[in-house]
Design a protein around this ligand. Structure first.
Ligand code: GCU
Length: 137
């Protein structure tokens, strides 16, 4: 089974920096989104089969205010995912979203929708839930 996951620090970063000053992250660090609308992390998930997938975003938000992002797949299918407070920056939690992926590489972009930017982003992973409509499983 291919590893359907990517560390944020290895993804494409649009307005953000890789940091490692808050413990508990996986890999070598995390992405600190710039605190502006439109900052993003774009992950590449290479699916072995097309179909509905559950994405899991691991993050920290040491403020008291939600840091929602808009999630798109190859530029489409936008949905908002909430990243509420985790209390402190060293507490990491997960939020999920369901998306349809195609077989092969999919660009999952998570774009901040408020002037606070996104949360600190650790990694993304994906699990396939099932086929798309009448596609064979
Ligand atoms: C602090 C924190 C950063 C975080 C930032 C923010 O500076 O140390 O890790 O990204 O707040 O509010 O986005």
């Amino acid at each position: 089974v291919p590893a359907l996951e990517q560390e944020a620090e290895n993804a494409t970063i649009g307005q953000g920096v890789v940091e490692s000053n808050h413990a508990g992250f996986s890999g070598t660090g995390f992405v600190n989104y710039d605190n502006v609308v439109g900052s993003y992390v774009e992950y590449t998930i290479t699916a072995d089969q097309a179909g509905e997938h559950e994405l899991t975003f691991r993050y920290a938000n040491g403020t008291t205010v939600d840091r929602p992002v808009s999630v798109t797949v190859d530029g489409a299918a936008a949905q908002t995912v909430s990243f509420p407070s985790t209390g402190v920056w060293t507490t990491w939690q997960t939020r999920t979203a369901k998306v349809v992926l195609k077989a092969g590489a999919n660009k999952i972009r998570a774009t901040a929708t408020t002037a606070n930017g996104g949360p600190n982003a650790d990694k993304i992973s994906a699990v396939r839930l099932g086929p798309v409509d009448n596609e064979p499983p």
